[in-house]
Design a protein around this ligand. Structure first.
Ligand SMILES: Cc1ncc(COP(=O)(O)O)c(C=O)c1O
Length: 461
């Protein structure tokens, strides 16, 4: 493939026009949105890197599949297509469709947790963490130390610290642990992969203590690609073969199909154990819908069954990871402190190094997100103190978020390298004048998940 693999392995058949706004217009939009980028209408955004979730462009085959949607309540044909594809990739016999990833997490945690019981993983995604907490459980992140260092190179920064895993089980006692749930790739630290050797080691620990081990497989194909590229012994294996091996090591998985399913909505829970499947069915019917649609339309089941095959294509994945890497490298070459190595689905900017003059309690990530929108109409997501930290109004005590980052997530098959160059130039421009960046303050915020709806204002206006 060589030089052809540097180019998108598709051409564009349908285009969605983007609105070009002026600096003054963006200033008005930002003010009206109370400086919270979640509140900006999408049509006012030029390059939307808020998330890679549910934002993929579908292929002609997926759109054609949409037309074959069978909307029968029970046993629609598209369900059987999807079931066959998921069984083929994962090897799991029991599959439950859900409308996205979080209901699958809700059901899995309901089966395995009760109050006072812990869930162990590399880094729990926020919805998974919420479901663990909702069941009275305690989520414990055990990612390797390098996974939290933004400037250290490591091929598998999503790996679980195996010593810590075993020590934690010994410290708490086997009976106090309900589940091990490992996210591939690890979203929270920038789409960093987990190696096959690490998954194998987790399996061994799980077997030693009789613990169930599941994958959060939202980006399973990107993880398999990194294994192919970076882990000895996998270079000649296909992405599908590697994915099959990854799944074979676990007892099942939760899946947000909005990422590596290449669709705009969907998810599933897949299991090896029939008893657990029967239990899960009862939750599914109450929460999502009948067991052959689980909150998805028949047409969407079909689009997913096609997307799950397309994501395993070597040419697609080579270009996908290349695009994100080239984007990140433009920033690194200009000295911008991006998390290294560049992950599978996003570039993360380390705000502690980007603008050390802004303390975390003045929300440097949101300050940059606002400035990026003003500068180039780019939307990015702040993931730091506003999302994960807190300040006690009475005592003034601050609980700091361990990471303070801005995430530039790249939707699949949506933007060209040119769009990403525009964003890179914009970040570099702001970085060169970073001393002019000033902090933000909260005008209003709800008690939980405040970053989605908080009203903010610049500190010096
Ligand atoms: C790693 C990971 N797990 C789970 C989820 C939740 O999936 P969903 O948004 O489909 O509910 C996400 C969403 O971004 C994710 O990144």
């Amino acid at each position: 493939m060589d030089f052809l693999s540097n180019v998108e392995p598709y051409r564009i058949k349908v285009v969605e026009p983007l609105k070009i706004t002026t600096h003054e217009e963006r200033q008005q939009v930002l003010k009206k949105a109370h400086y919270n980028i979640f509140k900006i209408p999408a049509e006012e955004v030029f390059v939307d890197l808020l998330t890679d979730s549910g934002t993929s462009a579908m292929s002609q085959y997926q759109w054609a599949g949409i037309m074959t949607g069978d909307e029968s309540y029970a046993g629609c044909r598209n369900w059987f297509h999807l079931e066959e594809v998921i069984r083929d990739i994962t090897g799991y016999p029991y599959i439950l469709p859900t409308h996205q990833g979080r209901p699958a997490e809700n059901i899995l945690m309901a089966i395995h947790l009760k109050p006072g019981i812990s869930a162990l993983g590399n880094m729990f995604f926020d919805t998974t963490e919420a479901h663990v907490l909702n069941k009275g459980g305690l989520p414990i992140d055990l990612v390797i130390e390098e996974g939290l260092q933004t400037d250290q190179d490591h091929p598998f920064k999503g790996n679980v610290d195996i010593d810590k895993l075993e020590q934690t089980i010994k410290r708490l006692g086997r009976e106090k642990i309900g589940i091990i749930h490992v996210t591939v790739t690890c979203n929270n630290n920038g789409g960093q992969p987990v190696s096959m050797a690490n998954l194998r080691a987790v399996r061994e620990v799980a077997d030693r203590y009789g613990l169930p081990f599941y994958l959060d497989a939202a980006r399973f194909a990107e993880n398999a690609y990194f294994i192919q590229q970076r882990e000895a012994g996998y270079a000649s294996k296909s992405i599908k073969e590697i994915a099959q091996e990854m799944f074979s090591l676990a007892d099942g998985c939760t899946m947000s199909s909005k990422k590596d399913g290449l669709v705009n909505i969907g998810g599933f829970l897949a299991l090896k154990d029939e008893q657990k499947y029967r239990q899960a069915q009862q939750f599914l019917i109450a929460l999502e819908g009948f067991i052959t649609y689980g909150g998805m339309a028949g047409r969407d089941l079909e689009a997913l069954s096609i997307g799950l095959r397309e994501v395993l294509d070597q040419a697609y994945m080579t270009n996908r990871v290349r695009q994100v890497r080239i984007f990140g490298e433009q920033l690194l070459q200009a000295g911008v402190p991006a998390l290294q190595p560049i992950g599978g689905h996003c570039v993360m900017l380390d705000m502690k190094r980007f603008s050390p003059h802004i303390p975390q309690e003045h929300f440097p990530a949101e300050a940059l997100a606002a400035q990026l929108y003003l500068d180039s109409g780019t939307r990015a997501c702040g993931l730091g103190q506003l999302a994960f930290g807190s300040e006690d109004a009475q005592t003034g005590q601050v609980h700091y978020s361990p990471l303070e980052v801005v995430r530039l997530a790249v939707p699949r098959r949506v933007y060209t390298d040119n769009h990403l160059k525009l964003v890179a130039d914009s970040v570099i421009r702001i970085y060169e004048e970073r001393n002019k960046l000033h902090g933000m303050q909260i005008v209003w915020a709800p008690p939980v998940l405040r970053h989605f709806t908080a009203d903010l204002a610049p500190l010096q206006e």
